[in-house]
Design a protein around this ligand. Structure first.
Ligand SMILES: [Zn+2]
Length: 428
């Protein structure tokens, strides 16, 4: 009991410590959100997930995107499992080390954070689009899977290490839109999908507008209503009502081949809602229109308008020049940005300027980067130094009911999940 009341004071301390305008405080409900049964502390290992919590782990391997989501009822979702083969002159060194492949590190991370839910299988794995830093690279040196049908890297490494319920991507079953991607990593991924289908495993195409494709599996009892909304994919964007989606891309017949939608612009985007908390992420979706020449290339803008405003958002396409335009930032207005960075070009200076801009939206916010190269830090100078963290897994922890959240940054040099930095709780 004493422990509980102490935690309540800590929770309140976090809430009141936030510099909120008085009007906002006055509008807050009189009932205080229930305290987390166990709060994190700096220099201790991240506290295990508990039913009712929503945890969003931005895993920092230094080789691409991987976001593990453990939903309040124990439903689990991994968004991407990147394993880029980019050289060390343009990217950070692998985290924790090169002793294992990035997909193996991701699988181990997922397994140890899944265990508190009482499960050791992933419910969903979403591949936002077919690029190596989101699903794995492969070449003749990559080891073969046990069935010898494909090579192990990224997503295929994860599926080799743990059971995956439903694999969802933008291209299944024919991968033909706008055309079949010709690259060894894409061939390898499609061979993996064929092997999964042959083995009777579920593979689905990501459905824009759906809030049912990624559904609560109810592994743990409790009334924890949440929603995973598929916001965009392949140029189709959720209308914001019902499950309708509209197509932004013109028919391919009306375009020059060079203007066809790119792999990035076809990325899957989704929004997770839990009480007043919401989260938006969109793979490598971009808003750049080649200065107005190809207006339909801005998919991120309409997707952000449909999803926003949100509590937490990722800086999509790693915070590169073509990700967040001003409208995207105005639509999303998050209290925390997470940049999935690992390359020398992540993030771009103007993207940082927009994320911090009080003109685009007023109020407090913090910006976190998963891994930042020293060269990028030097190039971006004062803006990059305003980042709250520049290296480590960025874990967003949402309190039961979704009334508040905080961010814990944990070390990625080993597997102890030691908390390096802890933010105040943000009351929503
Ligand atoms: Zn990418």
């Amino acid at each position: 009991m004493e422990r509980f009341s102490k935690q309540r004071r800590l929770w309140l301390g976090g809430v009141l410590g936030l510099a909120l305008p008085m009007a906002r405080l006055a509008a807050a409900p009189l009932s205080v959100p229930p305290p987390l049964p166990s709060l994190d502390r700096t220099d201790a290992s991240l506290a295990p997930w508990q039913p009712g919590w929503l945890d969003i782990h931005h895993i920092a391997t230094g080789r691409g995107n991987a976001t593990f989501v453990l939903l309040p009822d124990g439903t689990s979702l991994l968004i991407d499992a990147g394993a880029s083969a980019a050289g060390l002159d343009v990217s950070v060194a692998p985290r924790p080390s090169a002793a294992r492949r990035p997909g193996q590190w991701i699988a181990r991370y997922v397994l140890r954070h899944l265990r508190p839910s009482g499960r050791d299988a992933l419910d969903y794995l979403v591949v936002t689009h077919l690029h190596p830093d989101h699903m794995g690279d492969s070449d003749a040196a990559s080891p073969l899977a046990r069935n010898a049908a494909y090579r192990l890297s990224g997503v295929t490494d994860v599926a080799d290490q743990l059971e995956v319920g439903t694999l969802i991507d933008r291209g299944f079953p024919d991968y033909g839109y706008p055309s079949l991607l010709q690259a060894p990593f894409a061939d390898n991924y499609r061979a993996f999908v064929r092997a999964r289908v042959a083995a009777g495993c579920k593979v689905e195409r990501f459905q824009a507008g759906s809030a049912r494709q990624i559904a609560a599996r109810g592994h743990r009892p409790g009334a924890w209503p949440f929603e995973v909304r598929n916001v965009a994919v392949n140029g189709q964007v959720w209308s914001g009502s019902g499950e309708e989606a509209r197509m932004l891309f013109p028919s391919l017949d009306s375009l020059e081949r060079s203007e066809w939608p790119t792999e990035n612009s076809c990325s899957a985007a989704l929004r997770i809602g839990y009480g007043r908390f919401s989260y938006f992420t969109a793979g490598d979706l971009t808003s750049y229109t080649e200065d107005g020449a190809l207006p339909w290339r801005d998919v991120l803008g309409p997707a952000a308008r449909a999803a926003g405003p949100v509590s937490v958002a990722t800086a999509d396409h790693h915070g590169m020049f073509d990700g967040l335009n001003a409208d995207v930032v105005r639509s999303l207005q998050p209290k925390a940005w997470v940049i999935p960075s690992w390359h020398i070009s992540h993030p771009d200076m103007l993207q940082l300027e927009r994320m911090f801009s009080q003109r685009l939206y007023p109020g407090p916010r913090e910006v976190f980067a998963t891994t930042l190269m020293e060269e990028n830090l030097r190039a971006n100078g004062r803006l990059a130094r305003r980042l709250r963290s520049r290296d480590g897994h960025v874990v967003v922890r949402v309190a039961p009911g979704g009334g508040s959240f905080y961010v814990a940054v944990t070390g990625n040099g080993d597997e102890t999940d030691r908390v390096k930095l802890l933010t105040e709780s943000v009351l929503l």
